[in-house]
Design a binder for this molecule. Structure first.
Ligand code: HEC
Ligand code: HEC
Length: 169
């Protein structure tokens, strides 16, 4: 029995390796044409290009201060803190990706510290809500299978401004 199992295991391993390499060939060969064939991806690329432009502008401005505490480099932080300045840009990119937007959805991009756009304050409250769900509710649910159970912006938004608002569409 043991021998049969061993045979199966190595057989399936081989199939897996072949499948993985076929997928990587398809994946890499489609990369060159992805802008022409997929509108959805092209839109994602445009959004990322827009975000990268802003991120690079800010990186330039904070040059030399990347490792300093975030609140000593940026002016108007009310909910985020306790990490190096450069990580703020990673967080901002993640929030944007989670919602499927560029930075200007929440910001006046000529002055990042301004609170003139109400979406920015909504995002602050969303961030606090997320922390609360994790630290007050999820940690107290017994018997969950994974060791690290958390929600983040993507858990609800999944690339869209409006999460699914009905259980059944
Ligand atoms: C969903 C809304 C949202 C999006 C999208 C967003 N931000 Fe933010 N951003 C915020 C909020 C909220 C704060 C303030 C956080 C706080 O109060 O601790 C902030 C703070 C900042 C700050 C600090 C400004 C200061 O001096 O106080 C910078 C810089 C910044 N964001 C850049 C970006 C960039 C670059 C992008 C795009 C890659 C981006 N943000 C996308 C909501 C957003
Ligand atoms: C538990 C689910 C949940 C989580 C987690 C969550 N959101 Fe939301 N968010 C919602 C719902 C529901 C709405 C309301 C959608 C609507 O307008 O009908 C919303 C709306 C928003 C809006 C306003 C949308 C708009 O039209 O501009 C912003 C901005 C936002 N969320 C940012 C965030 C950010 C940033 C995070 C992570 C820090 C986050 N959300 C995490 C459920 C969630």
């Amino acid at each position: 029995m043991k021998g049969v199992y061993k045979f199966h295991k190595s057989f399936f391993m081989k199939i897996r390796i072949v499948t993985v390499s076929i997928f990587s060939i398809i994946f890499f060969s489609s990369m060159g044409i992805k802008n022409q064939v997929s509108v959805g991806h092209a839109n994602q690329d445009t959004l990322q290009a827009s975000r990268n432009k802003y991120i690079n502008e800010i990186k330039e401005k904070i040059k030399g201060k990347e490792k300093m505490r975030v609140d000593s480099v940026f002016e108007n932080l009310k909910v985020l803190g306790g990490f190096p300045a450069e990580n703020l840009l990673l967080a901002m990119n993640s929030w944007s990706r989670a919602l499927g937007v560029s930075c200007n959805h929440c910001h006046e991009t000529s002055n990042w510290a301004l609170d003139s756009n109400p979406k920015k304050d909504i995002a602050r409250q969303m961030s606090e809500m997320t922390t609360k769900i994790n630290s007050e509710y999820l940690v107290n649910i017994k018997g969950l299978s994974s060791e690290r159970h958390i929600v983040n912006c993507t858990s609800c938004h999944n690339g869209k401004l409006k999460p699914a608002l009905k259980i059944i569409d």
